[in-house]
Design a protein around this ligand. Structure first.
Ligand SMILES: [Zn+2]
Length: 197
């Protein structure tokens, strides 16, 4: 039985969450959001929410203004989003840019999409080359987050480059993964191989 509530859980297109998985400890982090209404996508699991607050506060002291755009997403919401992508892009295109229900890291409550004013609070590739995007890539791991879908790793992660998508792993593991220069998938595989030696 996999521990779907574990902070280190791997969720991707080969490791989907059960349809009935809902994180137990969702809270709204006290950070700036790109929208004002009360919406489930403001939520993160408690530990990730506290870490996000610290990350955003620290960024602000360095003149970097980050804005949260999308956190927790239920199985049902992801199903609707995927269906919408299929309508626009076809199944193949939808699969590159979106996830089938159960396959989205957002269902864990441990992922947050982050943006800034410079890109109109949108989730776009250009964010990666803004001061905010670059600052995040450098400092997020200090607060327990990793850039989950780096550039050029589509074959490994199943996703195009997403400079806005950050995943909470806790400071220790986030630091190790970031230092390794590997994706989370590659990092876990390497761990297994090392144990086999
Ligand atoms: Zn995301």
């Amino acid at each position: 039985m996999r521990d779907w509530h574990g902070l280190h859980v791997l969720v991707n297109k080969s490791n989907p969450l059960p349809a009935d998985f809902v994180p137990k400890d969702l809270v709204i982090p006290e950070v700036s959001f790109s929208f004002s209404e009360d919406h489930p996508r403001k939520y993160l699991r408690r530990e990730a929410a506290v870490a996000l607050e610290r990350l955003f506060a620290y960024a602000q002291t360095m003149g970097i203004y980050l804005v949260a755009a999308s956190g927790y997403r239920s199985y049902e919401t992801q199903a609707a989003i995927f269906a919408n992508h299929v309508e626009r892009l076809g199944t193949l295109g939808a699969n590159r840019e979106s996830a089938r229900p159960g396959e989205s890291e957002h269902q864990t409550g441990l992922a947050m999409d982050i943006t800034s004013k410079l890109v109109g609070f949108k989730l776009v590739e250009e964010f990666g080359s803004t001061p905010e995007g670059r600052w995040l890539a450098t400092h997020a791991s200090q607060f327990g987050f990793i850039l989950r879908y780096p550039v050029g790793k589509e074959k490994v992660t199943g996703y195009i480059y997403e400079p806005w998508h950050y995943r909470y792993l806790g400071e220790n593991l986030a630091h190790q993964v970031t230092e390794s220069g590997l994706t989370y998938e590659e990092f876990l595989l390497q761990e297994v191989n090392t144990q086999d030696d």
